[in-house]
Write a protein that binds this ligand. Structure first.
Ligand SMILES: *Cc1c(COP(=O)(O)O)cnc(C)c1O
Length: 221
């Protein structure tokens, strides 16, 4: 099996220049994350605030930190200290909480709205039809900056099956961009980033294809 360095170099050489790579590092060892950084990774994605705090102590601000998990209200104060972007805002309440916490440390947080593009029940994310209203609502908050959209899509075997969800999210992104300045469309993981980029992603979140193992067989090329 190829090492972290080879994986990163291969992915970076394949990605178009305008696409930014987030190394999704949940549960990964510090040594492996440092190897990824030495190989060119500039953004680390974390799903849990506590885990990110532990890693941040060692790695620090030489990379950007993106929060990509489900953010709980009681973790917001800690999260805003570490993270440079929160990709998973899915309610007015959590946006207000982030705004308030950022105000107290004089920071403006770039956020993405997480879209539940497959309209799955019991999944986090905003339904596509509600995204624009949420953005209207929270764009007046002074300490957050709505910077784009993020979507996961359902868990699918065949990468090609992600395409309709990515395509719809790109359409939504383009439509909302008419009235709101947004830069980032975060879509695509190890098994689906090729498709996501074809459909307009400019931020991809990749774990297994960098660090190996784990998400059994989802990375096929
Ligand atoms: C773990 C994770 C990823 C990366 O998934 P892989 O299939 O391992 O590449 C991307 N996005 C989010 C939100 C994740 O939690």
């Amino acid at each position: 099996m190829a090492g972290v360095k080879d994986n990163v170099l291969k992915i970076l050489s394949w990605l178009p220049g305008y696409v930014e790579l987030v190394a999704a590092a949940k549960g990964r060892r510090i040594e492996d994350i440092l190897e990824a950084i030495d190989s060119g990774v500039r953004i680390i994605g974390e799903n849990y605030v506590r885990e990110a705090e532990e890693k941040f102590i060692v790695i620090g601000p030489k990379v950007k930190w993106h929060f990509i998990g489900h953010l709980q209200k009681n973790k917001v104060k800690k999260a805003v200290k570490i993270f440079n972007m929160i990709e998973t805002v899915d309610s007015v309440e959590i946006a207000q909480e982030i705004d308030k916490a950022c105000a107290s440390i004089n920071k403006t947080m770039p956020v993405l709205i997480e879209v539940n593009s497959a309209k799955e029940q019991n999944k986090s994310g905003v339904l596509p039809e509600d995204v624009e209203a949420i953005i209207e609502n929270i764009s007046t908050l002074p300490h957050i900056k709505v910077s784009g959209l993020m979507t996961m899509g359902p868990v699918l075997e065949n990468p090609e099956d992600y395409r309709p969800y990515f395509e719809q999210t790109k359409k939504l992104f383009d439509r909302i961009k008419i009235n709101h300045d947004m830069k980032y469309l975060s879509m695509g993981m190890s098994g689906s980033y090729h498709i996501a980029i074809q459909e307009g992603a400019n931020l991809v979140r990749i774990g297994t294809a960098i660090f190996g193992g784990g998400v059994g067989g989802r990375y096929k090329k």
